[in-house]
Design a protein around this ligand. Structure first.
Ligand code: UT7
Length: 334
């Protein structure tokens, strides 16, 4: 806070999204695992999910979302100072943001990945804001993109019904008035084991007395009930904290924009906070849980449909693996 330059605030001035065209509905899924449209729809609200073909790169999906956001902001790629790519499913473990930079032709931008699972967009928003508040950068593209279908255990009905692929992006610009009104970020590594996409080393002897581990990442494992409990309890807390920091009350909120994990979590959080259902943004029926992409993907749909208007106050919250969770309150537009 001490470093914040007087008069340098942020505004979110553009958004975009992209999703693979192929989809799998609940009926089709019930031919892969022992489940039903009825179970999935009533327990999660999800009806279908988009799935990326083998040839789809995360970088291209992310770049498509970013192009939409840059165009809406009225900028060109060479105006961008920083590209932040929130993802847990990179094309390359060394990072995918630089490939996005190349695809966009954003030659001036520095680019790097940020990993915070389903909290990636909210963590990225706050990270981007710091670079602007300190006066370092003026134009930032934040992308949330994930292709979780590559890491789902398609024989595990407890997890494979939940996830889908997609990307969403926003442009964050320096602005006279600060439209990021408050935030709160949290992590608890003691609960890390509830949701993982773990690397499993395969021991390999290089010499008689020197062993290393070369292995692969294993499919997603999740204790759904514990993650559900965590989200229903912790998300309202961080939202209240972020609103307190913003000096706002629940009545000032126009839209509740949660990570799209489960309709029951959306309903429980809204209920706990006394936010009426018409203020709750939900598109998970069409996309499932797209991890870091879910919040900007839903935002983009609402903005392009004219529901979210310039000046609207949005409270957003991401939560998931880590465990990580966080909330931010912002006003859409300049
Ligand atoms: O983005 C990361 C954040 N992740 C989340 O937010 C996920 C949070 N958790 C959830 O959304 C929910 O816990 C789930 C949707 C994953 C599961 O819903 P649930 O109401 O907690 O179900 P459950 O795990 O308690 O399972 C209830 C029953 C079990 O059968 P029994 O033991 O009662 O006979 C499961 O075996 O439902 C069974 N079940 C299924 N049945 C049909 C679990 N998955 C399925 C399925 N189809 N896909």
């Amino acid at each position: 806070m001490a470093l914040k330059q007087p008069g340098v605030g942020i505004a979110i001035t553009g958004c975009g999204s992209a999703a693979p065209t192929a989809f799998l509905d609940n009926q089709q899924l019930s031919q892969i695992v022992d489940t039903s449209d009825e179970w999935i729809a009533t327990r999660t609200g999800i009806r279908q999910r988009r799935l990326a073909p083998p040839t789809q790169s995360l970088a291209t999906l992310a770049a498509q979302a970013a192009q939409g956001a840059i165009a809406m902001a009225g900028l060109s790629p060479t105006d961008i100072d920083l590209i932040l790519l929130a993802t847990s499913t990179p094309d390359d473990l060394f990072g995918t943001a630089c490939r996005v930079q190349a695809e966009l032709g954003a030659a001036r931008a520095v680019a790097f990945d940020l990993t915070a699972a389903c909290s990636g967009f909210v963590f990225g928003l706050v990270t981007a804001a710091q670079f602007i508040h300190t006066g370092v950068y003026q134009n930032i593209v934040l992308i949330g993109a994930d292709i979780l279908s590559r890491w789902v255990d398609w024989s595990d009905r407890r997890t494979c019904v939940l996830f889908g692929d997609g990307a969403g992006a926003v442009v964050i610009q320096a602005n006279g008035r600060d439209r990021l009104l408050g935030f709160e970020l949290r992590s608890d590594g003691t609960q890390n084991h509830y949701l993982n996409l773990n690397y499993q080393p395969d021991p390999k002897h290089l010499t008689d007395d020197l062993e290393i581990g070369q292995g692969t990442f294993q499919p997603i494992t999740m204790n759904g009930q514990e993650v559900y409990r965590f989200a229903a309890r912790r998300v309202p807390e961080v939202i209240e904290k972020a609103l307190f920091r913003a000096n706002l009350s629940i009545e000032d909120v126009d839209w509740l924009l949660l990570h799209q994990a489960n309709q029951r979590i959306l309903d429980a959080v809204a209920d706990r906070l006394n936010i009426p259902p018409e203020k709750v943004i939900s598109n998970l029926a069409k996309y499932g849980n797209t991890s870091a992409a879910s919040i900007p993907l839903a935002l983009d749909e609402e903005v392009r449909q004219g529901k979210v208007q310039v000046g609207d106050t949005i409270v957003t919250s991401g939560f998931g693996a880590g465990l990580t969770w966080g909330a931010a309150v912002f006003q859409w537009g300049r």
